[in-house]
Write a protein that binds this ligand. Structure first.
Ligand code: HEM
Length: 124
C-alpha cells in the first residue's frame, strides 16, 4: 500500500487521532476477578476506564501536547514511528478489547487516498 511509503501522511493521520482525542476514556470495562495493579487492589466487578486523554496530553510523550504536530510521529530520518509510546486512540491492550477497526485503519486511509485521486487533480 502506498500509504506505507508516505510517512508524513501516516504521521498526520496519527496526529489527528492524538490531537482530536475522539474517545477520551474508551469503553467502560469491569474486572472479572480480583486484580492487583501498581499496588492497588481492584476487587472483582470493579468498573475500569482507561484515561486515553492523559496519554495523549502527557508532556512525557509529546513535546508540545496542545499543538498539532505530525512530527511527533516521525523519527530523525523522517520515518514513521510504529507503536509510539503514549499513543492509544483505539484503546489499550493488544489482544482483546480494543477498537475493532484498529488494524484496518491504514487500509481505510488508503481507500480515501485512492478516492481523492479519482476525484481531484492536484498540482503544485
Ligand atoms: C477514528 C475512529 C475510531 C476511534 C478513535 C475508535 C476508538 C475506539 C475505542 C477507544 C474503543 C474502546 C476500546 C476499549 O476500551 O475496549 C472502541 C471500541 C470499539 N469500536 Fe471503535 N473507534 C473508531 C472507529 C470505529 C469504527 C468505524 C467502528 C466500526 C466500523 C468501530 C467499532 C468499534 C467496536 C465494535 C468497539 C467495541 C470493541 C469491543 O469492546 O470488543 N470503531 N473504539
Amino acid at each position: 500500500m502506498l500509504i506505507f511509503r508516505l510517512p508524513y501522511t501516516r504521521a498526520a493521520v496519527a496526529e489527528i487521532h492524538r490531537f482530536t482525542d475522539l474517545t477520551p476514556t474508551g469503553i467502560g470495562h469491569k474486572t472479572r476477578c480480583d486484580v492487583e495493579f501498581r499496588g492497588f487492589l481492584l476487587p472483582r466487578g470493579t468498573h475500569v476506564l482507561s484515561n486515553l486523554t492523559a496519554c495523549h496530553r502527557d508532556p512525557k510523550y509529546w513535546k508540545q501536547p496542545m499543538d498539532f504536530q505530525p512530527e511527533n510521529f516521525l523519527d530523525a530520518d523522517g520515518q514513521y514511528i510504529e507503536n509510539k509510546e503514549g499513543f492509544a486512540p483505539f484503546g489499550v491492550g493488544e489482544s482483546f478489547r480494543v477498537c475493532v477497526i484498529h488494524k484496518k485503519l491504514d487500509a481505510a486511509v488508503e481507500s480515501c487516498r485512492k478516492l481523492c485521486k479519482q476525484m481531484y487533480t492536484v498540482s503544485v
